[in-house]
Every structure is written in structure tokens, then in C-alpha cells.
Design a protein around this ligand. Structure first.
Ligand SMILES: C[S@@+](CC[C@H](N)C(=O)[O-])C[C@H]1O[C@@H](n2cnc3c(N)ncnc32)[C@H](O)[C@@H]1O
Length: 294
């Protein structure tokens, strides 16, 4: 819709109540740009929403990931937040088995990000330390997927700058000559930059304003990945919606969103918090046309 020099764009949030294994079948093939989700972890939090036994986890998840593979666009990305628990004194291997199962299903396992929980609770266990990180497994359908790296750049930081300065001339010459990598030369290119690309470790506190769900992640976590893998007007899906953190993040970033939740109380909670349609005025018509064409 045209308005003066801008255009109105509708951003929608669609909520679905039910088991995502079935409800995903309603979604069209190749229609989603990013799946970002945190499913129930094996056997954990049994009392809150029914855990799945570690030995049954892959069998349970594979029909769901089959649907996700169908609905994701060839240029899209699936980010799975998961962490294997300790069962009977050992780390369970179901996440590794799941990665292998999903590869057999046709997914590419392109990257593993770490969410470093900056503020995890203090504690002591006899044979291990505090668990301060979770996996964010990245899967894709093809090696050419959309990625907007500039959107998550971080300040260089003084320590990095001084370390780069300290890279001596001989270091640079030796590295370049020794293996032809151009390491010293490439690194010195970053000296005059204020912003650099981040690493694959995302440092975020676990604290979140949404206390109505026992396993909510902080809003900044989906936000980081939504910015990295989508543009305004794209579609973000969370098949294990919980308190709707992914959808809220998507809406704030002007992305369309779809959330599926099995428990009516969480579904209703999100329904009362999220606007099904929001209208935004975009000043730059050019960028809207690009999105429409996409
Ligand atoms: C780890 S929580 C997600 C929390 C969410 N990321 C948030 O920030 O609130 C997983 C959610 O998936 C829901 N769930 C479990 N099995 C499901 C299924 N088969 N289909 C849809 N939702 C399911 C649970 O009720 C729970 O709310």
C-alpha cells in the first residue's frame, strides 16, 4: 500500500496450538526463511511439559525435522538450541546421534554456535563444573544460504587492536613467506577498522524478563540469529514456541513469524501478548520492492 513517499507493510504473527509434528504439515513447502527453536531436552523438566527419554529422542525428533526440511526455503537456515544432559554420571550422546540422523535425512550440518551463559548460577558438583553453555546447531538445505554478517558486527575492542599492532613486521613476513597464507597481511587489514565480525560464541546472560515459562531463552538470543539469517519481511518459525520469545523478537525486528505450542496455557499466554498483525511504514520503497521480489 503506498503512503506519501513510503509503503505500508504488514507483519504477521501466526500462532498454532497443537503438536508441531502434525501442525507443521499445514505449512507450505519452501516458505520459511529461518527456523529458530529450543525443543524440550531429553528427560529434563519432566513435570513441566513431559520429557522425552534420551534413547527415544532421535526417533521422536526425526519426523519433525523432516517437516522442517520441507518448509524451509533452500536459502533458509535452521538453528536448533539444545544441550545434552548428564544422565547417570555421563553426558548423553543423543545430540550427536541427532546430528547424524539429520544428515542422513538430507540436512547439511553447517555450523555449531555456542551460547555462553554469562551469568549462570554458582554451584559445585563432585565430578564436573557448572554448565555455562548450550549448543546452537546450524543446519541448512544448501551450501548457499542467506547470511547478513554485517548486522551482527561487534566493536573491535582495545585489546584486539593492541594485539594486532604488536604483530611485528617479522611475524608478518615470516607468516606470509612460510605458508603463503597471507595471515600477517590479512590481519593488519583490520587495524583501522572499528567493527569486526563476531566469533561463533555468543555471550549472553540467561536472565530474561519473561518469567512465565520455566525454559525461556533470553530475547537477545533469537534476535542475534534473526538478524544474521533474515531480512525485514522474512518468515521466522518456532515449532516449540513456549512463551513466544522467538516470535516477540521476530516482531520487534519486523519479521513475520509462526509459532506452534502444544500446551494451551502457553499458547493463550502468547496470544494475549502478541499482535497478530502490525503495520509498518517503510520510507524506502526500493527496499520494499526488493523484499517483494524475494
Ligand atoms: C524449551 S521450551 C521453549 C521455550 C521458548 N524458547 C521460550 O523462550 O519460551 C519447549 C516448548 O515446546 C513445547 N512442546 C513440547 N513438545 C511439543 C510439540 N510436540 N509440539 C509443539 N510444542 C511442544 C513445550 O510445551 C514447551 O513450551
Amino acid at each position: 500500500m503506498l503512503y506519501n513517499h513510503g509503503v505500508y507493510m504488514e507483519i504477521k504473527a501466526e500462532l498454532i496450538l497443537g503438536d508441531c509434528k502434525d501442525k507443521l504439515k499445514r505449512l507450505e513447502d519452501n516458505s520459511v526463511d529461518l527456523v529458530f527453536t529450543s525443543p524440550p531436552y531429553a528427560d529434563s523438566r519432566k513435570n513441566t511439559y513431559g520429557g522425552i527419554k534420551p534413547e527415544e529422542y532421535v526417533e521422536w525428533f526425526i519426523p519433525i525435522s523432516e517437516q522442517l526440511l520441507r518448509v524451509l526455503k533452500p536459502t533458509g537456515t535452521f538453528v536448533l538450541n539444545i544441550k545434552e544432559k548428564v544422565v547417570d554420571g555421563e553426558r548423553s550422546t543423543y545430540v550427536m546421534e541427532l546430528i547424524l540422523g539429520m544428515r542422513r535425512q538430507g540436512w547439511l550440518w553447517t555450523e555449531e554456535f555456542i551460547w555462553h551463559k554469562k551469568n549462570c548460577y554458582p554451584g559445585k558438583w563432585p565430578n564436573r563444573f557448572r554448565d555455562a553453555w548450550e549448543r546452537l546447531l546450524q543446519f541448512n538445505k544448501s551450501k548457499k544460504f542467506d547470511m547478513y554478517q554485517e548486522t551482527v558486527m561487534v566493536p573491535m575492542g582495545d585489546w584486539a587492536r593492541s594485539r594486532l599492532r604488536n604483530l611485528s613486521e617479522t611475524d608478518k613476513i615470516r607468516d606470509n613467506a612460510r605458508n603463503g597464507s597471507g595471515f600477517g597481511k590479512n590481519v593488519s587489514n583490520w587495524l583501522d577498522k572499528n567493527m569486526v565480525y563476531p566469533t561463533n560464541v555468543v555471550h549472553l546472560a540467561t536472565e530474561c524478563s519473561n518469567k512465565n515459562h520455566s525454559a525461556a531463552f533470553p530475547k537477545e538470543l533469537p534476535k542475534w540469529f534473526i538478524k544474521l539469517f533474515t531480512q525485514e519481511g522474512d518468515v521466522v518459525l518456532d515449532p516449540f514456541m513456549g512463551s513466544g520469545t522467538t516470535l516477540i523478537a521476530a516482531q520487534e525486528l519486523k519479521r513475520n513469524s509462526i509459532g506452534i505450542e502444544i500446551l494451551p496455557e502457553y499458547y493463550r499466554m502468547v496470544e494475549s501478548e502478541i499482535k497478530p498483525v502490525s503495520c509498518y511504514l517503510f520510507e524506502d520503497q526500493g527496499s520494499y520492492e526488493t523484499l517483494s521480489a524475494k
